[in-house]
Write a protein that binds this ligand. Structure first.
Ligand code: AMP
Length: 489
């Protein structure tokens, strides 16, 4: 069915044409007429299916009638992460070029004041993460009683991140008569329960994962030693040897590894940026922009920060760690091979990763091919990791330079990959660029308010924090205070 038979307005159809879309995707074809008929929709679909346009396009059409009122948004979209929220905003900008709608983005990590100004002026569309939205409500600056249409996106991720109590609170603040669109990639029992609670006689739409992804991605396993220096050396060898590498996302299981690996790659003259949950919003946006424009062709990221991001052209994905949750593997490799393009996904496998790997192969229904031997050759420890100094001033590892080739499980070619910059270029950009938060001394948040979006998420599964032994990199202040020992006279 072509776009112009779905019931969308002329203004929206023009914008869709300008975006270059010729055919609606299955979720768009199935959802748009129901949204326009003001039915509740339960959409089981993941990112990459065209899900965002499936709700933004009909919302734009619906919003052409009526006006926004101060502090009372007409529509509300809830997203689990700041990046996803910003991506939805971009969609409204792209498809809403012919409209004069006001869109407000309420996410953590940016000032309340600018957000207040937008809310006060009256927002047609409010796109928010749950924590920041509730902060605004609690400050008495926002009323949700005028919400005619509510979108709850990525509900299963909201569950993963511990946001469900917030979502339940927010939904209670909206009118009972609202229209609700509820999207989730999976339907665990808790999400099923919520959908039954929030939706009234919904139309259920289920679309398959984008089938093309798995077929266009070459997946390989690469054996590596388990210690960080070996893993980094193996990774560098892979990047240097990669065929047709245009850009790459490297996934780590923990955010502190993201920071360390990022610094290491920069020291080895790769043009890389980092993305993880501890960076402030500005640093995240700068990193993503540099990656999208190709200024930095390597993005080192954690799952939490990167999941759902729409970066259409990624040639390579490297899993620095085998993900603990097998579905994360599917999400990670799905960053490449999009829209029918070919892509490559390499996963480093260290001793002890067998269980996680087994779960992944079970999920994808087949064995992944090994690239080279299944067991890593012993690593010559040395100064290849000269730059891999642990953060916050721990001493460098000594030794000879040049163990890198030995450490890599693949022969390394001398030809530099496009991702690798001339050292002087990297040095120049490093000085010019704002450093991500992890590279700077930790400071208090300027507004002294709790980091709600982030903190709420910490309670459940947030791979940015799992398996951090003891206090991780953070030493609580009380441990740094000099101890007073009283002695008996
Ligand atoms: P999403 O699932 O919303 O993250 O969308 C995934 C990608 O598909 C985005 O890059 C969209 O710009 C793109 N897209 C959405 N709808 C269409 C369409 N009808 N035809 C082609 N591409 C589309």
């Amino acid at each position: 069915m072509p776009f112009d038979e779905l019931g969308l307005s002329d203004k929206v159809l023009q914008a869709v044409g300008a975006a270059g879309y010729t055919q609606p995707t299955p979720i768009q074809e199935q959802a748009i007429p129901h949204v326009l008929a003001r039915r509740d929709v339960l959409g089981i679909a993941q990112t990459g299916t065209g899900k965002t346009a499936a709700f933004t396009l009909p919302m734009l059409t619906v919003l052409e009638t009526g006006r926004a009122r101060a502090r009372m948004p007409r529509t509300l979209i809830l997203e689990p992460t700041r990046e996803l929220a910003a991506q939805v905003e971009e969609n409204f900008v792209r498809y809403g070029v012919n409209h004069k709608l006001s869109v407000a983005l309420l996410i953590g990590g940016v000032s309340f004041n600018d957000q207040d100004v937008k809310i006060n002026r009256g927002a047609d569309v409010l796109i928010a993460t749950p924590g920041r939205l509730l902060d605004h409500v609690e400050r008495g600056k926002l009323l949700l009683t005028g919400v005619e249409l509510l979108v709850i996106d990525e509900a299963d991720r909201m569950l993963d991140m511990g946001f469900i109590p917030d979502i339940e609170r927010i939904v209670k603040l909206t009118p009972f008569t609202r229209q609700t669109l509820f999207f989730s990639a999976t339907m665990p029992p808790e999400i099923q329960r919520l959908s039954e609670k929030f939706l009234s006689n919904p139309v259920k739409i289920e679309v398959a994962r984008p089938a093309s992804a798995a077929q266009t991605i070459t997946q390989r396993l690469v054996a590596t030693g388990g210690d960080p220096a070996s893993k980094r050396a193996t990774l560098r060898g892979l990047i240097r040897d990669a065929v047709d590498l245009q850009n790459a996302i490297i996934f780590c299981n923990r955010k502190r590894d993201v920071a360390v690996l990022h610094r290491s790659l920069e020291r080895h003259s790769f043009k890389a940026v980092a993305l993880h949950g501890d960076m402030d919003q500005r640093a995240r946006m700068i990193a993503l922009d540099q990656f999208r424009t190709g200024e930095a062709p390597i993005l080192v990221a954690s799952d939490v920060a990167a999941r759902g991001l729409d970066i259409p052209m990624v040639s390579h994905v490297f899993n620095y760690d085998v993900p603990h949750h097998s579905e994360d593997y599917v999400h990670r490799i799905g960053r490449t091979g999009r829209a029918g393009r070919s892509g490559a996904a390499f996963t480093l496998v260290a001793p002890g990763d067998e269980k996680s790997l087994g779960a992944i192969e079970k999920l994808i229904g087949g064995e992944i091919v090994w690239d080279g031997p299944r067991k890593a050759e012993p690593v010559a420890r040395g100064a290849d990791d000269e730059g891999e100094r642990a953060p916050r001033g721990r001493s460098r590892r000594g030794g000879r330079r040049g163990s890198e080739e030995a450490a890599s499980s693949r022969p390394s070619s001398s030809k530099p990959a496009p991702a690798q910059a001339a050292p002087e270029r990297v040095a120049a950009t490093r000085d010019e660029r704002p450093q991500p938060r992890d590279a700077q001394p930790r400071t208090e948040r300027p507004d002294h308010r709790p980091r709600r979006d982030a903190d709420r998420g910490r309670s459940r599964r947030d791979e940015d924090t799992v398996e951090s032994p003891g206090f991780g990199d953070h030493v609580p202040a009380f441990l740094l205070r000099p101890a007073v020992i009283k002695t008996r006279k």
